[in-house]
Design a protein around this ligand. Sequence first.
Ligand SMILES: Cc1cc2nc3c(=O)[nH]c(=O)nc-3n(C[C@H](O)[C@H](O)[C@H](O)COP(=O)(O)OP(=O)(O)OC[C@H]3O[C@@H](n4cnc5c(N)ncnc54)[C@H](O)[C@@H]3O)c2cc1C
Length: 389
Amino acid sequence: MVTPLWEPARWNANRVAIIGAGLAGTATAEALTDLGIQCTLFDPAPASGASGNAQGMLYVAPQVDPTPASRFWLQAYEYALVQYQHSPHFHPTGLLTLAESEQDADRLARVLIQLNKPAEQVHWVNAEQASQLLGRAVTQPGLNWPQSGWMAVKDHVSRPMTSVNHQAVAVHSLTLDSDQAWVNGQSFDLAILCNAYAAKRWLPDYLKPRPVRGQISRIQNQEAKQAVCAEGYLTPSDAQGYASFGASFVPNDDQTDLRPDDDAFNQSLMRQLFGQALQGQAGQSRASIRCASPDYLPMVGSLPVHGLWEQALAKLRVDAKWTPSERPHQWQRLMVNIGHGSRGLTSTPLAAAMLGQEITGQTAPCDADLLTHLSPARFLIRALKRGQR
Ligand SMILES: Cc1cc2nc3c(=O)[nH]c(=O)nc-3n(C[C@H](O)[C@H](O)[C@H](O)COP(=O)(O)OP(=O)(O)OC[C@H]3O[C@@H](n4cnc5c(N)ncnc54)[C@H](O)[C@@H]3O)c2cc1C
């Protein structure tokens, strides 16, 4: 295991401000409340961001090699399953990950060997078995994850959280000093940015979240018995009889207007999956913005104090392999939980638990080194090594 170039943050925080009440903010509020921390959740319009979609899939996409990213996504998936098991909004219909090509089928077969999990967690299905599970014909084999499924996302983020103080206002002012974080003039021990791409205004320039527009289409169609994904995805229908499918993916576009071209694109994804477009009465499409990080891992944890780290780690600019004898440990009273990209349902429960570990020192339910891999400080280190700071 690689030792991080910094000392981890430790906070003795009793009162925390959480900015943004989507999947990230609500998971954070829940995790910290469970640890006895008093949380105030600021959002003028909860579930108005990407977490306002009617349905979302609980993705799991491990890679062949157990890279930190692959381990994070797998452990996050397993943690999310536990967190969601009693949620009335989670529907464990099963999730099929279909191969996108022959080469991809080989990759999935190798992933399965590497995972070495019991069949009730994941198993191989040929095209015929996949067609039977789905209730419609497909030509690709893939992996079946019987415990996964889909979430009624908007309902989930709107769940009551009685011990959390909600303030239905936008945060317009955020200032930090060595003892406190001031949010809209109110004092807290810590502030946590959970407002996705909108967090950018308060982030240092070495953190570069980017917006990725996505439009999800809806159709009155009750054919799919379980969730399925390849390049596109389709959920089973919800209580209103509508299934969701998509989703378009437009990097560096932060506009949420509805576009007929995006719906046409989503149908083209269904043609790739099933050989034909989905039939049924179209429902209301919805466009929103994913917040992606440059390495597709979320950014989770405290932010380093400007300037001090650059001084302490200056030698990295000339020697990327150098390790400091004294590791920097100065942190701002500002944490982030952003960059969940296309898989916030999977990543946000574990990310919230990781924040809980950083604040209280309790052990997080994941490999210890993953905290380092998700820390926003990783981008400062990379910038120093590249001579960009
Ligand atoms: C089309 C599409 C399909 C997707 N499908 C899936 C899927 O199937 N499975 C999956 O896991 N993920 C999916 N995702 C991704 C998932 O929706 C996101 O990862 C997740 O919703 C991100 O949650 P979040 O809380 O970080 O951000 P958001 O949900 O965007 O929440 C941010 C919140 O911050 C609030 N806010 C902003 N500024 C302020 C401020 N100044 N003060 C207070 N509050 C503020 C906003 O009102 C908003 O409620 C999809 C995304 C899109 C766009």
